[in-house]
Design a protein around this ligand. Structure first.
Ligand code: FAD
Length: 490
């Protein structure tokens, strides 16, 4: 390629695609982002249903500093473009026996709440969160902030120190084994086991290293962006345009073109678009299967178990519930059975744990006065051809009966609008293989090493950013993948 600015093409305007594009534009690249959908954001999208607005995908926002960083990088003050508040109550947990536990952001208050509402002590919560912090301190510099696939990253003092402290990250027990050893009360164990679902994994298989996740929420905090989750995308897309890059919506990339073993650009229909670097934000499984059909795929990586998916009912509710918070969980009494259904039987149990997010608790314009927008979600297996219509019908009945029982109100009679998202539609709308929310699962203790790298070791000039590659799924890690790609592109 000749000319002044080097050219980059990003395939997909998911959160990591947008972040990578901003970083490359700041670096001086001329960047084109091709997005199959009509809007930016990928899984981070919004829908409207009657007079209700819903964030369709992610609802929990942690590590906002990774978003702020992008504004600073572009020479702007983040607070002038993107605002958010820290939540005092991170989540409210409901149990069938009537127990309600509030996870306060304040660590002392939260620990006391556990002591008051369960058989566990405040001390045990402090000990647990201290261990969570320790895992974070060991893993963050090695596993999260840089490529695990470059030898040079292993030969430095930080990595060496982390390697020496490796047993302290608790990789040899499952999360449930560690949590059941730490806490007496099944309510506390369930509460902390649930963090495995933050990256679509199973606490009865995943290593206790995932006990790092509570540290993100308890220490760094949980936040709500002004305008709802989709304002993360809106503000970053505006920033991207201000940085001079070009979005091309409704434009599906058909192929990554190679010349002499190097990524040379992309093909869209019959037209080739040349570039010096190509970054795929498409799920890595589909990137190989659809865009790189003529080269051998890294089968071991692609054959890894997929993360779980989700079934979501977006309900407009004609009533408001003062006892509910922004984030609510209604626990099953038998968590192990719930995960056995997801991971071994590949179906949905009769009493699933329900996550209920109500953004109108803070963003009141998301629902008409006196009403609430209920994002009602359960974890389900990724799509392997199950009879989803039957599973959805049964789950809808079971969810409504559980919520009605615990809230002592006939919830079905309050629903005034409904939309549904399931593994099939997550796959077809965002090209996420089998509808998995987070790429591959982290059930294997070596999962961090088995995720696809952020670059191709076979094709020069080809990079990967997003939840299906290193360091993993969820908004914070997807944003870190963009940062790693930025570091890799010199
Ligand atoms: P994606 O969002 O996967 O987007 C990829 C984009 O690429 C899509 O827009 C797609 O159309 C486009 N694309 C793909 N192929 C092509 C092609 N060939 N040509 C052009 N465009 C293409 N994370 C959290 O942090 N907190 C949460 O609470 C949370 N909850 C979630 C709940 C749900 C229901 C879902 C679905 C996800 C949730 N996540 C959550 C996960 C989070 O949404 C993802 O990890 C993250 O958004 C993934 O971003 P990404 O950059 O990998 O791109």
């Amino acid at each position: 390629m000749s000319g002044a600015a080097k050219k980059a093409i990003v395939i997909g305007a998911g959160i990591a695609g947008i972040a990578t594009a901003i970083r490359l534009a700041v670096k001086g690249y001329s960047v084109d982002v091709y997005e199959a959908g009509a809007e930016p954001g990928g899984k981070l999208s919004e829908i409207r249903s009657g007079d209700f607005r819903f964030d369709a995908g992610p609802s929990l926002f942690t590590m906002p500093q990774y978003v702020d960083e992008l504004f600073r990088l572009a020479g702007k003050k983040p607070e002038n473009h993107f605002k958010y508040i820290r939540l005092d109550t991170v989540c409210k947990y409901f149990f069938e026996d009537g127990t309600e536990i509030k996870a306060y952001a304040d660590r002392n208050k939260f620990s006391e709440e556990i002591e008051n509402k369960t058989a566990d002590t405040a001390r045990s919560v402090h000990d647990f969160l201290d261990k969570s912090e320790q895992i974070y301190n060991i893993t963050d510099p090695v596993f999260l902030q840089r490529s695990l696939h470059k030898w040079r990253n292993y030969f430095n003092l930080t990595t060496l120190r982390s390697v020496l402290r490796f047993p302290r990250i608790d990789p040899f027990r499952t999360m449930n084994q560690a949590n059941a050893a730490e806490f007496k009360d099944s309510k506390t164990v369930r509460l902390f086991n649930r963090y495995a679902t933050y990256n679509g994994s199973d606490p009865y298989q995943a290593p206790a290293t995932l006990n790092v996740i509570p540290h993100f929420e308890q220490h760094f905090g949980a936040y709500f962006p002004e305008g709802g989750m989709y304002s993360i995308v809106r503000s970053l897309a505006d920033l991207a345009i201000a940085c001079g890059l070009k979005f091309h919506f409704n434009t599906y990339v058909d192929e990554i073109e190679l010349r002499e073993g190097k990524a040379a650009g992309v093909r869209i229909g019959a037209t080739s678009h040349l570039a010096d670097v190509v970054v795929s934000n498409m799920d890595v499984w589909y990137t190989y299967r659809k865009l790189l059909k003529n080269i051998p795929a890294p089968e071991k990586i692609l054959l890894q178990e997929r993360s779980s998916s989700a079934l979501i009912f977006y309900w407009g509710i004609n009533k408001s519930f003062p006892e509910l918070e922004l984030h609510n969980i209604f626990f099953t009494e038998d968590y192990e059975t719930e995960f056995r259904h997801i991971w071994q039987k590949k179906d949905v149990c009769a009493d699933p744990t329900i996550y209920l997010n109500i953004s109108s608790k803070i963003q009141t314009s998301d629902a008409p006065p006196g009403c609430e927008n209920w994002f009602t979600m359960i974890n389900v297996p990724s799509n392997s051809g199950q009879d989803w219509d039957a599973l959805i019908a049964a789950a809808r009945r079971n969810i409504l009966s559980k919520l009605s029982r615990i809230l002592k109100t006939d919830v079905a009679s309050l629903i005034v609008s409904e939309q549904i998202l399931d593994p099939r539609t997550i796959d077809s709308q965002t090209f996420s293989y089998q509808g998995s929310l987070y790429g591959s699962s982290s059930n294997d203790q070596f999962a961090a090493f088995l995720r696809h790298a952020n670059f191709s070791s076979k094709i020069d000039g080809l990079f990967f950013a997003g939840g299906s590659v290193h360091p993993g799924g969820g908004i914070p890690l997807a944003l870190l993948s963009a940062k790693i790609v930025d570091d890799l592109i010199q």
